[in-house]
Design a protein around this ligand. Structure first.
Ligand SMILES: CC(C)(COP(=O)(O)OP(=O)(O)OC[C@H]1O[C@@H](n2cnc3c(N)ncnc32)[C@H](O)[C@@H]1OP(=O)(O)O)[C@@H](O)C(=O)NCCC(=O)NCCS
Length: 208
C-alpha cells in the first residue's frame, strides 16, 4: 500500500528544513520567525514545522484505512491532504503556536507521523487537544505515549495552557490508552459536529 512506497522512497531529510527563509510566492520570506523549526524533541522523535514537500509522506498516512479507522472523515485523498497541509503550513491560522507537526523518527530520520496541538470549541468552551497519528510500522513501541507526554509538557510548560484534552472515538482503545499514558483521564462524552466522542482531559496542576 501507499505507506510502504512512501516509507521506502521518500524519507524527509531534516536537512531540507530551511534555516533562515523559504520561497513563498516567488520571494524569500523569513521562516515563520516566531519560533524554532524544531518544535519539540523527545528521546526518539522530533516534531518540526511542516514543509510543502511533506505532502507525499502525509498523504500516505492519511490514505491508510487502518490509520484513519477512527476518524469521522475516514481516509483523505492527496488533494484533501494538500488542502490540510496548506491550511497548517504556518501553524493553525487561529493560533500559530498550534499545529499538526511533522513527526520524524530520529534514528531513521523518517517521517513517521503527524502530531500536535489543535484548538476546538467544545460545548461553547475553547479547548486545546493533543493529537497523535503514527505510521503502522511504528505502532506499539511506546512512541505514542512518548509523544503524548511531550505534547502535554509543551502545552503546559512552554505555551502556559491550563488544560489539555483529547477527543477520542470510544472504540479507539489505542488512543484511549495513549491519552492515559499522557496523564489524561476520562471526563465525559461529548457531541462534536454530530459525532459522539469521549473527552479525556488533564489540568496543568495534575501534570506536575
Ligand atoms: C494511537 C497511536 C498514536 C498509538 O501509538 P503507539 O505508538 O502504538 O502507542 P504506544 O506504543 O505508546 O502505546 C500506548 C498505550 O496504548 C496501548 N495500545 C497501543 N495500541 C493498542 C491497541 N491497538 N489496542 C489497545 N491498546 C493499545 C499500549 O499497550 C500502551 O498502553 P500500556 O502502556 O498500558 O501498555 C497509534 O495507534 C495510531 O497512530 N493510531 C492511528 C491514529 C489514531 O487513531 N490517532 C488517535 C486519534 S484520537
Amino acid at each position: 500500500m501507499g505507506l510502504a512506497r512512501a516509507w521506502s522512497g521518500s524519507m524527509t531529510p531534516l536537512g531540507s528544513v530551511p534555516e533562515m527563509g523559504r520561497i513563498k510566492g516567488g520571494k524569500t520570506v523569513p521562516a515563520r520567525g516566531d519560533g524554532p523549526v524544531i518544535v519539540l524533541e523527545t528521546e526518539r522523535l522530533l516534531l518540526r514545522r511542516l514543509l510543502p514537500g511533506d505532502l507525499d509522506d502525509r498523504a500516505a498516512l492519511y490514505g491508510d484505512p487502518d490509520i484513519r479507522r477512527h476518524f469521522p472523515e475516514g481516509t483523505l485523498t492527496v488533494a484533501e491532504t494538500k488542502e490540510e497541509l496548506t491550511w497548517f503550513l504556518d501553524g493553525h491560522p487561529e493560533d500559530g503556536r498550534l499545529d499538526l507537526w511533522a513527526t520524524i523518527h530520529k534514528e531513521s530520520r523518517r517521517f513517521i507521523g503527524r502530531c500536535g496541538l489543535l484548538p476546538w470549541i467544545i460545548d461553547g468552551v475553547p479547548e486545546v487537544e493533543i493529537a497523535y497519528l503514527l505510521a503502522k510500522s511504528h505502532w506499539r513501541r511506546g512512541l505514542g505515549a512518548e509523544v503524548a507526554r511531550a505534547l502535554v509538557r509543551h502545552g503546559f510548560d512552554r505555551l502556559s495552557l491550563t488544560r489539555l484534552i483529547a477527543l477520542i472515538d470510544p472504540e479507539n482503545g489505542a488512543s484511549i490508552r495513549t491519552a492515559e499514558r499522557g496523564g489524561l483521564a476520562f471526563e465525559r462524552e461529548v457531541d462534536v459536529d454530530g459525532v459522539r466522542a469521549s473527552l479525556y482531559a488533564i489540568a496543568a496542576m495534575a501534570s506536575e
